[in-house]
Design a protein. Structure first.
Length: 420
């Protein structure tokens, strides 16, 4: 049987997720992982979930296990409207669509909007899962330039000027993979461009609540609500296994997404949504968030301190004020994939950064490091090994004094003072 011949072209366009392959390696005993992007298991409030499970059964009975509306479980949408209000997003339960993770929203958006050849503009590098969600629909990726403060608005202006961009995809807070955040002035500039050009932005915000310092910034959605689909998730602030994501989308876009979701899974699991509703409405999020931040902040600090101590000259990295990732840029000539193989042999894993670039042939000298999966002692050990591996990486040449990707530091994202 020739299974290959059965594949639709859109399926053939789907690459395998390199990170999932890497995560298989990470599961080996004794490996210290800076590779994943998942919440620390000890951050998941299992005893609370047991209580909430009882509360869900007592409150909803059989209803928690029944088919439900495609738009989402009513009490969850109510609770989400309040949660989003706290971010300055003025919405109602009716305007919210829940989904099976924010990944479910990204897939539905791709299906609803992208026709083969449509121009999709995104940061380079960007979230690999978005590239995977959009790829089957045949987009033509337009890479937007970034610096220490995330997307450079002038790069977006050029893209909008040159061609018809179907949609823009951005992760403005503590971006995956760079950890960088777009400051307020840039958010305003981006919102102005969306309004002037009539273009749609997909604002993906899984990490906004994971802020270790500084004040939260308004979502771009609040600055141009008619031009933004705001995408959120409870994966990083409650539990990813619930698979509860959501979006606020202008009409008629939201209705199109509902129609698409009907064909995909009818609705997101009722029980998961009911549990998430109980979590939000019961006021557990702020308490749990404090615990998560207290767990992750010292891990971030340990990683940054260890990078300053162990990485050879010519390396630079982001200093994220939140989220889960630090982005490392090595000197020209570094083959991060080769370094990855050596590091794995020595019990340390990370993700080579090239996988996060929309177009091939970029980012060979970059690395994404996660700091939420290992404890501070493990992180220090792993970075010690990484430093030795990178030091021994034969092709490394000293970086130019002022690398083009490293620009003016700002309050949001500064070059690590310890970087050499
Ligand atoms: C930027 C970004 N968007 C979306 C997701 C998907 O999250 P989920 O589907 O669990 O909500 C992730 C997961 O890591 C992510 O980093």
């Amino acid at each position: 049987m020739n299974y290959q011949a059965l594949l639709a072209p859109r399926t053939a366009a789907m690459g395998s997720n390199a990170i999932r392959e890497i995560l298989k390696v990470v599961a080996r005993p004794g490996m210290i992982s800076l590779a994943g992007g998942v919440p620390a298991p000890e951050s998941l409030p299992v005893a609370l979930f047991a209580e909430l499970t009882h509360a869900v059964v007592a409150r909803h009975g059989a209803g928690a296990f029944q088919y439900d509306l495609t738009e989402g479980f009513g009490p969850l949408r109510e609770a989400l409207a309040g949660y989003l209000g706290g971010k300055g997003i003025r919405t109602t339960a009716a305007a919210i669509l829940t989904a099976s993770g924010s990944q479910g929203v990204l897939d539905a958006l791709g299906k609803a909007l992208i026709a083969p050849g449509d121009a999709v503009a995104l940061e380079a590098p960007t979230y690999l899962g978005a590239l995977q969600a959009f790829a089957p629909y045949g987009p033509r990726y337009v890479e937007l330039a970034t610096d220490e403060d995330g997307l450079r608005p002038e790069s977006l202006a050029v893209a909008l000027d040159r061609e018809k961009i179907k949609l823009i995809y951005l992760v403005p807070n503590f971006q995956n993979p760079t950890g960088r955040t777009i400051p307020l002035a840039r958010r305003r500039a981006i919102a102005g461009m969306l309004q002037a050009s009539g273009t749609l932005l997909v604002e993906d915000d899984p990490y906004g609540d994971l802020r270790y310092e500084g004040a939260p910034l308004p979502p771009i959605q609040t600055l141009a609500p008619e031009h933004v689909v705001y995408v959120g998730t409870l994966s990083k602030v409650c539990a990813p296994g619930l698979r509860v994501g959501f979006c606020v989308a202008p009409e008629p876009l939201r209705s199109w997404l509902v129609r698409i979701k009907q064909g995909v899974d009818l609705h997101t699991g009722t029980f998961s949504q009911a549990l998430a509703a109980e979590y939000l409405a019961g006021g557990h999020l702020p308490r749990q968030l404090q615990r998560i931040l207290a767990l992750y902040r010292p891990r971030r600090d340990a990683l940054l301190e260890a990078l300053g101590r162990h990485l050879p000259a010519g390396f630079h990295w982001s200093t994220p004020l939140g989220g889960m990732f630090v982005w490392v840029e090595g000197p020209p000539g570094l083959d991060a994939e080769k370094a990855y193989r050596r590091a794995v042999e020595r019990g340390t894993a990370f993700v080579p950064g090239k996988y996060f670039f929309p177009l091939p042939g970029r980012g060979a000298a970059t690395l994404r490091l996660n700091f939420t999966g290992a404890d501070p002692a493990g992180i220090r050990r792993a970075v010690g090994i990484l430093g030795e591996v990178l030091e021994g990486e034969g092709n490394v040449r000293p970086a130019p004094a002022q690398p083009t990707t490293v620009r003016r530091a700002s309050a949001e994202s500064a070059r690590c003072p310890g970087a050499r």
